[in-house]
Ligand binder design. Structure first.
Ligand SMILES: Cc1cc2nc3c(=O)[nH]c(=O)nc-3n(C[C@H](O)[C@H](O)[C@H](O)COP(=O)(O)OP(=O)(O)OC[C@H]3O[C@@H](n4cnc5c(N)ncnc54)[C@H](O)[C@@H]3O)c2cc1C
Length: 805
């Protein structure tokens, strides 16, 4: 066994073997995989191993397509069979919402040239004569859908990795992982120790136990999951070909051919956790006792759809464990608080995603960043706040609603509240409807007396559409008070604070006390890793404000520039609360509460001061994400209620009131302001998001070389603004954009109704040079073409007069 390796992968399931294979393929050949038992000894060996290409997320669709193509390459490359069957998949919609979801996926497939299209009932019956299509309103077909052999695929990854020099040690558990001062690790096993640059936790069902060896707690819980296989069905035996799988998500089961019978699996509402407090180390190739009663309702729905299944006996039942994260997506990426420790845990559709995950994991370790934006799957999307109770409640919700549509803007209630601010109770009394933002409850909008406080969900405009419009218009016409406590806030102090910030961020830090600057953070590939406002509060003190949901994500970047001795960095997100008071009457409102001069001359745009508002000390910044005249006020959390009360009282006198984050979304889209993880992502270069003007190349900053390598390249995509002819549904993000002749040119990044400008709006990216201001395009809202026109400027205050007034 090697004593030194570039990476040690812990876990020889599907995922560990894929990561090992990709590391070796991309050039790291001195890599080792440790497996405590035989390969596939966790969830992998007993999986149904269905494979699909399309996903609501475009990047996941890309990874799934990569994976499906890879299995064939693996077979050719290694000679190891992967048991690939691709008879296709039929996707059925029973409801209008499901039809919207499928049509949107079909439009995305057209945009990305993936094979997924609508078929009529006749064609569907020809493809799958055993399905009763009554009650189905829309059918999509994916010719490449199917299934693979779990052991075959894992063995093929292993063979491909070994061919390239990787070592695999079976029956060799990792018993300890010890971080070394130089950033490397020692991994201990009964057969000896390995010193390695990277540790990869791919321990599947034991992901929690392996993480704990490094002092890490991962939000994961296993559940039982069942499917059964029928005896031979004569109609299938006489078919002479393999039948497509059936994705009848509204029926809450999955169904495909297995041998000459059917395989039917279900995510039942009455789900069952397993090994909540820890996966037993001696759990082997074991299954749980059958419990088909639990999935009876789902089975009955499957049988109704495919009546031939009713006559066949059950040949075998598989009831095995799988491990879930709170949102059922993988926990992916390097752990921000540790050096060189990579996680790939809690993956549910492993067989659809293994190749893509392995590829991106290898890119991340070898090249420093994955080639696709993985923010939505980054393990940093959860923090310490995602504890056991939260994880349990969310997993229960996720499992039992596995096939429920995840609607845009949907806020699930399970496990909440987890983190609240002092103003939470007050906001509740005021009618706030809350959303979850990196664990914090924050107001989405405020229901008026008599309005329901429960949101309806769907792809079309929902019950919050009108109240949000009321708030947005109030702010633009008078003023509004927005709780912005969920913004991430950092304090950098010390003699070299400026030097450190300059070494980190791409813009030059403000020289004068009281000045602020906007700055991008640059990623390893020269793209946008973040956008921040930095304010100089003192000669040696700065306040940095960034995206709240990216706080843990950004730690990776912050810690990669060493802090000079005597300079300190600390997060103030928890102990500072804040409000944005914005709108044409915001000055008048605030001036009622402070003796400090807020006139434009005394307190111009992009300036800051420490002032007293209603007796509360605040850091006031003359900025507003609404694009209007406004101030951000940041105060001690303990003063938040007092400040809020005073702002609301003074607000009432000028026609202002509370405004939630849904209205903020509409307001910033009207103004054309980009937002993290939508317009701004590591996939886009600064010149593509129009942030290159903020980059100062005459100084050093993090990943400057990466930026210089792309700086002179022409933009691949252009950020555009669209006015959309929409009646009952607005774009929400991800909808493809087509030229009138049907040529795909891009996709929406943010969409919202602009209440003040009375237009449905979308921001998005189109391939450079394909469309210009005034051109007509279509946007696939609800999967159907909606006419839109490219705007030359954002519709609200393009010259920035309001915010400078
Ligand atoms: C009944 C069922 C049906 C499923 N059907 C599908 C499907 O149709 N399609 C699909 O895509 N997915 C399906 N899945 C999910 C799929 O099985 C998982 O996504 C996948 O197997 C996860 O693989 P993994 O490598 O992450 O974890 P695992 O398979 O759990 O592998 C982890 C490995 O790590 C090893 N290990 C743990 N601790 C240590 C240690 N300390 N040292 C060394 N080795 C260690 C374990 O022995 C194990 O081999 C199904 C799952 C179940 C339970």
């Amino acid at each position: 066994m090697r004593t030194h390796a570039q990476a040690v992968v812990i876990g020889g399931g599907l995922i560990g073997c894929s990561i090992l294979y990709h590391l070796a393929k991309f050039g790291w050949t001195d890599v080792v995989l440790l497996e405590r038992s035989e390969l596939t000894s966790g969830s992998t060996w007993h999986a149904a191993a269905n494979i699909h290409g399309l996903h609501d997320s475009t990047n996941i669709s890309r990874l799934q397509h990569y994976t499906m193509a890879l299995y064939k390459e693996l077979e050719a490359e290694t000679g190891q069979g992967c048991g690939i069957f691709q008879p296709g998949s039929l996707y059925l919609a029973q409801t209008e919402a499901r039809e919207h979801q499928l049509r949107l996926q079909e439009a995305k497939a057209r945009r990305y040239k993936m094979n997924f299209y609508e078929v009529g009932r006749d064609e569907a019956e020809r493809l799958h004569p055993l399905v009763d299509f009554d009650g189905i309103r829309c059918i999509m077909y994916e010719p490449e859908g199917g299934n693979v052999d779990p052991s075959g695929v894992t063995a093929a990854y292993a063979a491909g990795a070994r061919q390239r020099g990787a070592e695999i040690h079976r029956f060799t558990p990792a018993t300890a992982t010890e971080a070394q001062a130089d950033g490397s690790w020692i991994v201990r096993t009964p057969k000896g120790d390995i010193r390695t640059q990277w540790v990869v936790n791919a321990a599947g069902l034991w992901g929690r136990e392996v993480a704990a060896m490094a002092g890490l707690q991962l939000p994961l819980i296993p559940t039982e999951h069942q499917y059964f296989v029928t005896e031979t069905i004569p109609e299938i035996a006489s078919m002479g070909r393999r039948l497509p799988s059936v994705a009848d998500r509204d029926g809450e089961y999955y169904l495909r051919q297995e041998g000459l019978g059917l395989l039917i699996g279900a995510y039942e509402h009455n789900m069952k956790f397993w090994a909540e407090d820890g996966t037993p180390m001696d759990f082997g190739h074991e299954l749980f006792p059958d419990d088909l009663d639990r999935i009876e309702e789902n089975m009955m729905r499957a049988i109704q759809r495919v009546p031939a299944a009713a006559a066949a006996g059950v040949k075998k039942v598989i009831n095995g464990p799988m491990i879930w994260s709170p949102d059922s997506a993988v926990l992916f990426g390097p752990v921000p608080e540790l050096s060189n420790y990579f996680c790939c845990n809690g993956i549910i559709p492993g067989f659809s995603q293994s190749g893509g995950m392995g590829k991106l994991a290898a890119e991340w370790m070898i090249e420093g960043e994955p080639s696709l934006d993985m923010f939505g799957w980054d393990m940093a999307r959860f923090g310490q706040w995602a504890g056991k109770a939260f994880t349990r409640a969310r997993v229960q919700d996720q499992y039992s609603h596995r096939f429920k549509i995840h609607f845009p803007n949907e806020e699930r209630a399970a496990g909440r509240p987890v983190r609240t601010r002092p103003v939470y109770e007050m906001q509740k009394e005021m009618g706030a409807v809350f959303g979850l933002n990196f664990g914090w409850e924050h107001p989405l909008w405020f229901a008026a007396e008599g309005e329901p406080r429960e949101e309806t969900i769907g792809f079309t405009r929902q019950n919050w559409w009108a109240p949000v419009g009321r708030e947005a218009r109030m702010l633009r016409e008078h003023a509004g008070i927005i709780d912005i406590s969920n913004f991430a806030k950092y304090e950098v102090k010390g003699p070299d604070a400026e030097a450190w910030l300059n070494a980190l961020f791409a813009n030059r830090m403000p020289i004068k006390v009281g000045n602020s600057c906007l700055t991008p953070l640059i990623g390893k590939r020269g793209g946008i890793a973040g956008d921040f406002t930095v304010t100089r509060l003192a000669e040696d003190g700065f306040m940095v404000i960034g995206s709240g949901m990216a706080e843990r994500f950004h730690q990776r970047f912050f810690k990669s520039v060493p802090l000079p001795a005597g300079t300190t960095f600390r997060s103030r997100t928890e102990d500072l609360g804040g409000f944005n008071v914005a709108g044409p009457k915001s000055r008048e409102l605030l001036q009622r509460l402070t003796n400090d001069d807020l006139s434009n001359e005394a307190f111009p745009f992009m300036r800051s001061r420490q002032i007293t508002v209603a007796g509360v000390d605040v850091v006031a910044l003359r900025v507003s994400f609404t694009g209007d005249l406004g101030w951000e006020l940041h105060c001690k959390a303990a003063d938040q209620v007092e400040l809020y009360r005073a702002l609301l009282k003074a607000g009432a006198e000028v026609g202002a009131g509370p405004v939630g984050s849904r209205a903020l979304m509409s307001l910033r889209v009207e103004k054309g302001y980009g937002s993290w993880s939508r317009e701004y992502s590591p996939e886009y270069w600064p010149q593509e998001v129009k942030l290159d003007r903020l980059i100062k190349t005459d100084k050093q900053f993090l990943n400057r070389d990466a930026y210089l390598a792309v700086a002179d390249k022409p933009a691949r995509d252009e950020l555009i603004m669209l006015s959309v002819s929409a009646k009952d549904a607005d774009a929400t993000g991800g909808e493809p954009i087509f030229l009138p002749d049907g040529t795909p040119i891009g996709q929406v990044s943010s969409g919202a109704y602009g209440y003040f400008v009375a237009q449905s709006l979308a921001m998005g990216y189109v391939k450079a040079g394909t469309a210009k201001a005034g051109d007509k395009v279509t946007v696939a809202i609800l999967g159907r073409p909606h006419d839109a026109v490219l705007l030359a400027h954002p519709p609200f205050d393009p010259e920035g007069k309001r915010l400078r007034s």
